[in-house]
Write a protein that binds this ligand. Structure first.
Ligand code: AMP
Ligand code: MG
Length: 344
């Protein structure tokens, strides 16, 4: 199959035709590029999983053009969901709600709940508006790999596997949406993103709702924390968003360990360093790629930088972890933890 890259308005018309025919199409959102299909058609949903090689137990996010359409798709809606939709939609917040009858079970990995959001991107919204039906769209990359934040990234991942990439330039946010579970008594952030825990807590409090907003995996009956996490949000795998080159993470405070590792394991290997500004030079490193010091800019460029590191022909990538933890840094840290292993 020939993969074509097009820009609007032609691209939007082609995308709507493809979606109407039960096909898949890659399109930009403010978070990352998505691989969309009609969320009400099992054959179309199945194609998304097949093209990505995505495990069937990893549910997709449903996208709609506005809150009214999202309400129509959901099998239930509550006051807290209403507040968050008002505050953050269109935007990078995904809410887990009861699944409505029109949404394919397969799109939700067989669950009775579904994840849904209204994206804040003019091209995505135009496609959704003109198509008029909910679109399930995971990131437009092969399963487990770094998410695409430009049309060129999508092509590098899915060339020959999909008919069309709608080119909308670079994504402005660059990290996948925040996922918050709204089906339990207290909303729980399952995946951090650009809409931070603090922002959600502020909105809930300002609305006068007496609800705690939690984050991370709930304490369940599973044996391990990872199992508990997988029960709460299937698809949040410990290794994900990852470059193909073996990648190891480190923090500035553990530099002696890094230097020792380089002296032993690094000998004869081409080491690519991805780090924040002003890291003292490290002997034995072949190439340095710098991440922006600001949170929003770092989020926006993280995946593109990991891709460049992957493409630079190294044997190993060393990734510096951020020192800050709050706000969007929580999301950056989360993705880096999945992209790279702890330095042995
Ligand atoms: P993405 O890979 O960006 O498409 O995001 C999909 C992620 O949203 C999944 O991997 C889950 O972590 C989360 N998610 C989707 N549907 C549900 C659901 N019904 N319950 C809990 N988490 C979900
Ligand atoms: Mg993804």
């Amino acid at each position: 199959m020939q993969t074509s890259i097009q820009i609007p308005p032609v691209a939007v018309a082609l995308a709507v035709d493809l979606l109407t025919g039960g096909n898949v199409v890659a399109f930009p959102t403010e978070t990352v590029y998505g691989l969309g299909a009609d969320a009400t058609r099992p054959d179309a949903v199945e194609m998304v999983y097949r093209v990505k090689g995505r495990p069937p137990n990893n549910p997709l996010i449903i996208h709609t053009a506005d809150t009214a359409a999202a309400e129509h798709c959901a099998g239930g809606w509550n006051p807290a969901a209403k507040i968050l939709a008002q505050a953050f939609w269109p935007g990078p917040l995904t809410m887990v709600l009861p699944r409505g009858p029109h949404i394919c079970k397969a799109a939700c990995a067989g669950l009775d709940t579904m994840a849904i959001r209204v994206p804040n991107h003019p091209i995505a919204l135009e496609i959704l508006n003109r198509f008029g039906r909910p679109v399930c769209a995971p990131s437009a990359n092969l399963s487990g790999h770094t998410s695409p934040t430009s049309a060129a990234h999508v092509l590098a991942e899915l060339d020959g596997r999909i008919p069309l990439i709608v080119d909308g330039g670079n994504c402005t946010i660059g990290l996948e949406s925040t996922v918050v579970d709204m089906t339990t008594d207290s909303p729980r952030v399952l995946r951090p993103g650009a809409v931070t825990l603090e922002m959600i807590q502020r909105q809930i409090a300002a609305a006068g709702l007496n609800l705690a907003v939690l984050s991370g995996a709930p304490d369940g009956s599973a044996d391990s924390p990872e199992e508990t996490r997988a029960m709460a949000s299937p698809g949040l795998f410990p290794r994900h968003y990852a470059p193909r080159t073996p990648a190891f993470r480190f923090s500035r405070s553990s530099m002696p360990g890094v230097l020792n590792w380089l002296k032993e394991a690094g000998i004869g290997r081409r080491v690519i360093l991805v780090a924040f500004p002003d890291l003292p030079p490290i002997p034995g490193v072949s190439e340095v790629l710098t991440l922006p010091a600001g949170g929003a800019a770092c989020a926006q460029q993280l995946y593109a930088t990991l891709r460049r590191a992957d493409e630079s022909g190294g044997d190993v990538i060393l990734l510096e972890m951020p020192e800050l933890r709050s706000g969007v840094w929580a999301a950056i840290e989360d993705r880096m933890n999945r992209a790279a292993q702890e330095l042995p």
